[in-house]
Design a binder for this molecule. Sequence first.
Ligand code: TNX
Length: 505
Amino acid sequence: MEASINNSSAAIRTTLDNLIPIPVSVKVGIGSFNLLPDTHITTQPESAELTNIGQYLADKLIPATGYKLRVSPGASAAKAGNITLTTIGGDPALGDEGYELTVTTEQVKLTAYKPEGLFRGIQTIRQLLPPSIESSTVQPGPWIMPTCSIKDTPRFSWRGSMLDVARHFFQADEVKHYIDLLAYYKMNRFHMHLSDDQGWRIAISSWPKLATYGGSTATRGAAGGYYTQAEYADIVAYAQSRYITVIPEIDMPGHTNAALASYAELNCNEVAPALYTGTEVGFSTLCVEDEKTYTFIDDVVREIMALTPGGYFHIGGDESKSTAPSDYVRFVELVQNIVKDHNTQAIGWEEIAQGKLLPGTIVQQWNLGNDLAERAIKQGAKLIMSPASKAYLDMKYTPSTPLGQDWAGLVEVNTGYDWEPTAQVKGIIESDILGVEAPLWTENIETLGDIEMMAFPRLQGYAEIGWSPAAGRHWDEYKVRLAAHALRLEAMGVAYYRSPLVPWE
Ligand code: TNX
């Protein structure tokens, strides 16, 4: 079995050299493992959750191999050629997401302390196979993996991306496709920007016009749309099956024209404005002195959190330029309390640090050059790092990038990779930071292809910054690994920006 596959050992080895995010520890072996038509994926101990994880791996490997690849829950791994996924004997030091992977010529064994760790480790298994494993049609193979032993745990617990489905609406299937790509790079948070001036994207039973009227528009006359509660719950479940937590955001008190247009009583003058399809920011505000506003918010938080496990609700809070500063501060305090009453942790853009933060409130840093993130830490809050000049997926790569914006600068692939989360804000230390999130605002991002072109290949960099150790991180080393991922993206059918800075294969 081994003889036929050792001849291309250089090509086999490459997959081990090109992992993204780079693992904490990799030991190279001799020879390779050959995935065969009768390989079983065994899962231990027997449980529905582990069977699902085994089936996820099988589903990823079946299209390109054409093999039947049975999942055998609870079976012993004894048979040569098998892949075993197990939490038995998993080291607690691996935490929720860590894993140990041993590939020998005989078998593949993935061990984790938690099922989530198995799921992350499966992404490493996929990347150890040839790039054509990601194809949706049968490919020639052989399906070999380099022998190795890998031990891997994430640096940060929060690694994600935000998608703005408000400026432009994206169908549930498109959103799921994006979630799959996040999972492939071991991300674990998907933040949905569900409302903005241009559209309200989730059905709220107690305020139905939010979606049916407020969701009917999008930027510059593009088609509107919204997720029914069933569709949203399905997206959440899809993410959850990939161990990704959905963070729903309802942006307020600004960025609310779609809501204000839907219900006159949310406006201080009781007059509903027209629907809005432009791209200005900062002109809208909920009526923060009116009790009705807080009933509205309570209803929205209650309905959304009934559909969202995970325990986080993002209250927005950015660019509320039409809310009086003292009103804004009071609003932020009241809304944090509403969120807390639903047993949920509030998250807000950095502007909320102007107000008093409740214990547990998380602050999302985005605009370097102010003291808001510092003020947040001084109040004991943890930060999610999304510095626009490094991590905004809607920034152009170069002046000639057709899509996106440049207000925070150009973000070529090296700029997106070459930064350190702890070095962005004065006086912060590693434990002040939960992790990293790359937002994709969609004022001029209209299709799934647009999303892919802006997210890739920068997203891999944010995934690595979030997961891998900071020590030894160098663009010159990384760009070679990134180059090798072109074949994987192509096999997946992902449109990506072929940056001239990357030595593409
Ligand atoms: C700023 S970042 C915004 C968004 C825009 C984005 C465009 C933030 C919290 N607010 O409303 O879409 O810039 O890059």
